[in-house]
Design a protein around this ligand. Structure first.
Ligand SMILES: Cc1cc2nc3c(=O)[nH]c(=O)nc-3n(C[C@H](O)[C@H](O)[C@H](O)COP(=O)(O)OP(=O)(O)OC[C@H]3O[C@@H](n4cnc5c(N)ncnc54)[C@H](O)[C@@H]3O)c2cc1C
Length: 154
């Protein structure tokens, strides 16, 4: 096994490149007559949301639900990734002990961190360095750190 691991699993599976799939899904919605209306405003009270004239409202405010819905159980899980150049011939992915590499059409994702209750988006881990000696050859295109909201479990 690479990396000195004693054992692991290898399997064939499907992989969704969200940078391709999400625009495709949106296109499907438009082709079937659906329409997405973007409201670029902040809602501070649920009452303001409920008064919107639309028949159905999906509340997808993520971590914002903490204050909007007064949900103290919602907390962030910070993640940090490095984005490097695409590797067109790469048809494999690896994941071990929180480290992962995901090939995508336009780039390659190297991750990651999982930090519950961390609010800052500051970069602190040199994620790319985890790729060992080869990391010096990897051209960093971007890095990203953000927080996904999650419902806490008591
Ligand atoms: C570094 C990093 C890399 C990731 N990479 C991947 C990946 O490759 N693939 C993958 O599937 N997932 C990935 N994720 C996870 C993914 O980003 C999240 O699961 C996803 O964004 C959650 O979507 P969401 O719509 O529920 O919430 P969010 O994306 O958090 O969207 C919530 C929206 O609500 C808005 N909002 C909040 N409060 C209010 C308010 N009061 N009024 C108005 N608007 C409000 C916010 O501005 C925001 O636009 C990654 C996460 C991180 C941090």
């Amino acid at each position: 096994m690479p990396g000195g691991y004693a054992y692991g699993w290898r399997y064939t599976t499907f992989f969704i490149d969200t940078s391709v799939y999400l625009p495709w899904l949106l296109g499907q919605l438009s082709r079937k007559g659906g329409e997405v209306v973007y409201l670029r405003e902040r809602f501070d009270r649920m009452e303001d949301l409920i008064q919107l004239p639309h028949p159905t409202i999906f509340n997808c405010t993520g971590l914002g639900a903490r204050s909007l819905c007064n949900d103290a159980n919602a907390y962030p899980i910070k993640g940090q990734i490095a984005v490097v150049a695409p590797e067109p011939a790469m048809d494999w992915s690896i994941s071990a002990d929180g480290f992962y590499v995901y090939p995508r059409r336009a780039d390659t994702i190297i991750g990651g961190t999982t930090e519950p209750h961390v609010y800052t988006q500051r970069r602190w881990v040199r994620v790319r360095g985890r790729c060992g000696p080869r990391s010096r050859q990897l051209r960093l295109v971007a890095w990203s750190a953000g927080a996904s909201g999650d419902a806490g479990h008591a």
